[in-house]
Design a binder for this molecule. Sequence first.
Ligand SMILES: [Mn+2]
Length: 427
Amino acid sequence: MKLFKAHIKKVTEATTRALEETGFDGLWIYSGHPEHHFLDDMGSPHVINPHFRWWVPVANVTSSVLHYQPGQKPTVYLYQPADFWHKVIDHSEDKWARYFDVKVIGHYSDLPKFNDWHNHAWIGGPELQPLPEINTNPKALLDHLHFSRVQKTDYEIQCIQKANQIALKGHQAARDAFYAGSSEYEIHMAYLTACQHNEYQMPYGNIVALNENSSVLHYQFQNRERLPKGQLKSFLIDAGANHHGYASDITRTYSFIDDEFAEMIKMMEDKQQQLCKLVTTGQDYIDLHIKAHHYIGEVLSEFGIVKCSVSSAVEQGLSSVFFPHGLGHYLGLQVHDVNGYIVDEHGTVKPPPENHPFLRLTGCLRENVVVTIEPGLYFIPMLLKGFVGHSDINWEKVEAFIPYGGIRIEDNVVVKKEQAINLTRTN
Ligand SMILES: [Mn+2]
């Protein structure tokens, strides 16, 4: 609890500063509540407002409100209704609760009269917004909080590390299932079982792709059919886990046999590990992304996929055909943690370079932010089509690799002054 205590101290200080600088006297944060589908009494799994989770580390606290005024202990209005349809868990005695003034409420009518409080801001989703528009999710306040929220406390880093440890169990089970000849669906289920997660606890939908499905960046299905062993070539899995609301986000790629594609995976992993080591304070993430393009150019050249020099491959945009997404993103309470384009607490935006529109993070790295490093190399027919006949591409090689789909290797790394900490490899 020592780490959590220090975490709450940081959150309190950051929020105090943000309120002072944006001119509010206090703040309400609504945890949110589930809503039904159109013409239905069923809904999607509910995800708690990340601002609420920054303070309160419980995944299922709906319809609850946090109240903070600088100089005072934060109050949580904890919704615990009398409900014989659902199991209601009493969180008021949880260890985290000692840092809050907890008021248990049984009904919405027990919520405070929000409008009675002077000059307060409200942070919450569209399902409940009781204050005037100008006080609701004020951009200046959110920018401030988001800039603080990206830089993690030791408690948060520990949570992300735990989320990594859980996910790695899943990745091990998934790899074993792949080599045993399982279907995508069976691999997916093996992953969940090893993590002891329900699907709704996952920070994002698992990407479980065999063969050419690996070239679909966000491949969303899990094929139920097993492939005959003679047809199995490759396996890409992008899957995380969740600990106290914090995410991990890990990708691995495997070749079914020890072939040229397996060699390519090894070289990609080597390059990826070199990139992970460069994640230190002050590093410009755009520069790192460009460096990744050069590394991928080296892989393309080494395997005879491009015939020109590495720098020419990058300059001509050939590396982008094979690596069309960004190098990575912030990670935390959200898998793509907030505001990768904001470079200061005033919300100044640094957009991605024109020829790298999918890069999600553009600023210089600060100490204790957590980022993913996830270079990829894919054989995507749709993108290759635009370069058909290009004389610097070895099309015979490309054709040979298309059935393998592609490679992505992704770790979660904490930015430090001297030496980055790779949470995915230090367990
Ligand atoms: Mn990712």
